[in-house]
Ligand binder design. Structure first.
Ligand code: C2E
Ligand code: MG
Ligand code: MG
Ligand code: MG
Length: 286
């Protein structure tokens, strides 16, 4: 909106500069200042990863953690990804930020394994913009080599809408990722409009049921019907299925009943800094 306003103002000449309402002007300013702060944040290494456990319903064990970025800003405090990922995507900054996330996540996961904790997967969110980079596969391969983490422990999360973008190139891309031995998970599943036939052809391992459906688990909402359908679909396609945003015991027991494989949510744990996760959940084996 701010961009459109600027365009009109320029086109109509100097006399129309009053078209910039203070509100629009300050919003454009805020974006620009956010972009500049993000660049500095990258240089000063102000980003941190929090980790949220993914728990197996049958064993009750943590079998994976999702890495979720936070920005620990001097001026702004802890900033959530919803406040900066879209700007990072628009400006292309998500490419170097995403590279940092992948490297940090793999390094941390290997460190846990080396400390003798039972190994688990680390799931990393990847934006469309990163997948479009011509050397994305090489980057993933290089980071795996550098960090020496076994590829089987890395899972890449892409949203349903990205995964469903038709065209040879995205299928090819996902195949190449799988050839590295890395797992692929479809995030926010159920919110896009998947062609089931297309889904069948995608080399993916996991469907993550979007939290909006989990929130609707109560006897007379449609969330239950959608979840039941997604779990059946996953079982038939031999995919793992995980529910995110599980907050209550009612939701937990419904999902367990329906034979959902894994769950992630505040009911078990919020995303935590590495140190806090270790204190709460990690006990070396042996
Ligand atoms: P997402 O990948 O779908 O991650 C799940 C979000 O739900 C996380 O929000 C998580 O903290 C939150 N969540 C987990 N359990 C619960 C629960 O029980 N209740 C509720 N209400 N929320 C829960 P977060 O950490 O703020 O991240 C938001 C989104 O930002 C993520 O959604 C993901 O799309 C994006 N994101 C996070 N980290 C990265 C990253 O490193 N790279 C990229 N490209 N995107 C990221
Ligand atoms: Mg995710
Ligand atoms: Mg999600
Ligand atoms: Mg999301």
């Amino acid at each position: 909106q701010a961009d459109t306003a600027m365009y009109y103002a320029k086109e109509q000449g100097r006399n129309n500069y009053q078209f910039f309402t203070p509100e629009l002007n300050s919003r454009a300013h805020e974006r620009l200042s956010l972009e500049n702060s993000l660049r500095r944040a990258l240089e000063r290494e102000e980003f941190v990863l929090y980790y949220q456990p993914q728990v197996d319903f049958e064993s009750g064990c943590i079998v994976g953690v999702e890495a979720l970025i936070r920005w620990n800003s001097v001026e702004r405090g802890i900033v959530s990804p919803d406040a900066f990922i879209s700007i990072a995507e628009e400006t292309g900054l998500i490419v170097p930020i995403g590279e940092w996330v992948l490297r940090r996540a793999c390094t941390q996961n290997l460190a846990w394994q080396e400390q003798g904790y039972p190994p688990w997967r680390i799931a990393v969110n990847i934006s469309a913009r990163q997948l479009q980079e011509p050397h994305f596969i090489e980057l993933v391969a290089r980071i795996l080599q550098e960090t020496e983490m076994d590829p089987q422990w890395l899972e890449i999360e892409i949203t349903e809408s990205i995964a469903m973008e038709k065209g040879e190139s995205s299928v090819e891309m996902l195949r190449s990722i799988k050839e590295l031995g890395v797992r692929i998970s479809i995030d926010d599943f159920g919110t896009g409009f998947s062609s089931l036939n297309y889904l069948r052809q995608l080399p993916v391992d996991t469907l993550k049921i979007d939290q909006s459906f989990v929130r609707d688990i109560c006897p007379d909402a449609n969330g239950e019907a959608v979840i039941t359908a997604i779990i059946l679909l996953a079982q038939n396609l031999r995919l793992k299925v995980i529910a995110e945003g599980v907050e209550t015991e009612t939701q937990w027991s419904f999902l367990k009943d329906k034979r959902c494989d894994e769950m992630q949510g505040y009911f078990f744990s919020k995303p935590l800094p590495a140190e806090d996760l270790e204190k709460r959940f990690l006990h070396p084996q042996g």
